[in-house]
Ligand binder design. Sequence first.
Ligand SMILES: Cc1cc2nc3c(=O)[nH]c(=O)nc-3n(C[C@H](O)[C@H](O)[C@H](O)COP(=O)(O)O)c2cc1C
Length: 353
Amino acid sequence: MMYPIIRNTLFLLPPETAHQVSMKGLDMVAAIPLFNHWMSSHFQVQDPNLAKTVFGLQFPNPVGLGAGFDKNAEHLDALDMLGFGFVEIGTVTPKPQAGNVKPRLFRIPDQKALINRMGFNNDGVTLIANRLKERKSKTNSTLIIGGNIGKNKVTENQDAWKDYCTNFIGLEEVVDYFVVNVSSPNTPGLRELQEKEALRKIFSELQLLNKNNKPILLKIAPDLETSALDDIIALTSEVKIDGLVSSNTTLDRSLLNSMNTERAKIIGPGGLSGQPLLNKSNQVLDYLYKGIGDRLPIIASGGVFKPEDAQAKLNAGASLVQVWTGFIYEGPGIVKNILQALKTDSETSKYTK
Ligand SMILES: Cc1cc2nc3c(=O)[nH]c(=O)nc-3n(C[C@H](O)[C@H](O)[C@H](O)COP(=O)(O)O)c2cc1C
């Protein structure tokens, strides 16, 4: 109820600053047991009917937070407090990197969208793994943590597989599943790694290291041609890929209205997320599910704001959903709002398990 006021105040700040300020505030609340307890009881929806087992992991509920929100694994207690079933940290790269010059995150409020060209700013795998180890030693939280991994900007594509392996080794002990990110538009050449042979190399090398059978998923762009989607569907039968995350942000500016298309020209390059991405990401999800069926789980990402958006993705075959831009526009109550609707649906058996 209060969130529109908080959002209007936060929107007076540059987007990245607003993100830092609000997360610092939530971290402080989460660190005080009494407040944490109050917030948890307000925001979390705990119901055995919402729990589901996906790629061998037990998720308390199917609503997670997409990669790029907590790149450095610094806010997990606050995010746990808000009721997320899982959080994907990263994208993590082997060496720390600063990302692109600021400003690199832009709001398009009237279409509830964002454009970002962050460029994998992160603390690097060693520091992030140490942070996660320290948290693990202090908490009994059961929050499921995904590790979204990428390559450093300076790494040539032919050596990219080595970066994915370095990240895997660094994070293996401290994350529950991995996501190979080859679909961010803000690292030059990265999306070329979505090509079949490049993916085969990355996944074969990762699986050689994967002695404990950690689930390793692939995150794809919504801008792929159907022939490229067919290649990916075929590849999932040839090498061990444990699931897909669909999708990342889009480069397609035709999803914006004419006024925002002009604005986007001034903003410049970057990936578009939020409401305009909903239908496009749903089309990709539909196509993938038709090709893969229940053989592999799909985590659906793109334009989830309301319960019906999440429900549409679950109905289209997704096992889990993630929010990101919706969290900015709808506020922290977004998880509760979606979960309460799914809970009601589960009672009337409309919730697809
Ligand atoms: C500012 C920002 C940073 C992001 N960073 C990453 C990232 O580092 N790695 C990644 O795989 N996806 C990243 N994403 C993509 C999101 O995880 C998500 O897939 C995408 O935004 C679509 O979901 P949405 O419409 O709910 O935002 C980022 C998105 C935004 C808005």
